[in-house]
Design a protein around this ligand. Structure first.
Ligand SMILES: [Mg+2]
Length: 288
């Protein structure tokens, strides 16, 4: 069984516009019961909120098909410090995920300062977070995306920009859990229940989706319907397995044929002593 991890912004939609081909591709996966998860580095919404947004755009999926960096972060922190405490710069998606994983949200002496997306950030929050970090709280980033696209073609500062300010002020480095961190890439795959070598990552961002997939050994597909242009690719020392204009250019059937070709079966006849022919299998692609 193969499975897909699919980035959303720039792959499925841009702002509030569905990207042509997305609906058909997801319908194909659903029809054939192919496992897939939408993967987002936006910690603002809960997985249910994300599923509701997708439904509004015409992609009818349940919340079990959504995996956010807020979930990855909360699960990771629960393993690091069960029933820990956090001061949060972020919104509902991150707060809900931390609560679900046994964390308490506090405004004094937290174990962690956790930074996600949000529009309610104030300088006072920066000040509070900084003094907590100086007093020993660990700085955790849900992701390090420097900026994010907004509807209408503009950009807004991303979680990484907020974290950079705290890093500069404290002189300490944050630990980031979202894409391309193997923590999120592996967590999503485990949630889907598919082996690494059978996992295909589809995304529009080289620094997160493609790097994340390359690092953990997934097949990677870059779509040019988002933030990356073909001429940008020369800047990177790694590359995707396949580049397409958008989801309109791929199908599950064609991708699996290309990425996982069936073994070539040759029949070898041995001598003339009447022994039955032996079948030898050769993998179409040589292994390592
Ligand atoms: Mg994207």
């Amino acid at each position: 069984m193969k499975g897909y991890l699919i980035d959303m912004d720039g792959v499925i939609y841009r702002g509030s516009q569905l990207i042509p081909g997305a609906e058909r591709f997801i319908a194909e996966l659903k029809k054939q019961d192919i496992p897939f998860l939408f993967l987002t580095n936006n910690s603002q919404r809960t997985r249910r909120d994300v599923a509701t947004k997708l439904k509004g755009l015409g992609i009818d999926v349940g919340e079990e098909h959504v995996f956010t960096c807020a979930m990855a972060t909360a699960r990771y922190l629960a393993r690091q410090k069960p029933n820990g405490t956090a001061y949060v710069i972020g919104e509902g998606g991150l707060l809900t995920a931390l609560h679900k994983n046994g964390f308490s949200i506090v405004d004094k002496n937290p174990d962690f300062v956790v930074v996600g997306e949000g529009r309610t950030l104030t300088f006072e929050m920066f000040e509070t977070a900084l003094s907590m970090i100086m007093n020993g709280a660990k700085l955790i980033a849900t992701n390090m995306d420097p900026n994010c696209p907004v509807a209408g073609g503009g950009t807004r500062p991303g979680c990484g920009a907020i974290v950079s300010m705290l890093e500069a002020a404290s002189g300490l480095k944050a630990f980031s859990v979202g894409k391309p961190s193997p923590i999120m890439m592996r967590g999503a795959r485990k949630e889907m229940g598919i082996a690494a070598e059978d996992t295909i990552m589809i995304g529009d961002t080289m620094e997160t989706d493609i790097l994340g997939g390359v690092q953990v050994g997934y097949k990677t597909v870059l779509v040019l319907s988002g933030g990356t242009r073909r001429e940008d690719l020369g800047k990177f020392a790694y590359g995707p397995d396949k580049i397409v204009n958008s989801l309109a250019d791929i199908s599950h059937a064609k991708l699996t044929q290309e990425f996982f070709p069936a073994p070539v079966i040759r029949t070898v006849r041995r001598g003339t002593n009447g022994a039955s022919p032996k079948k030898l299998e050769f993998a179409a692609a040589s292994g390592d």
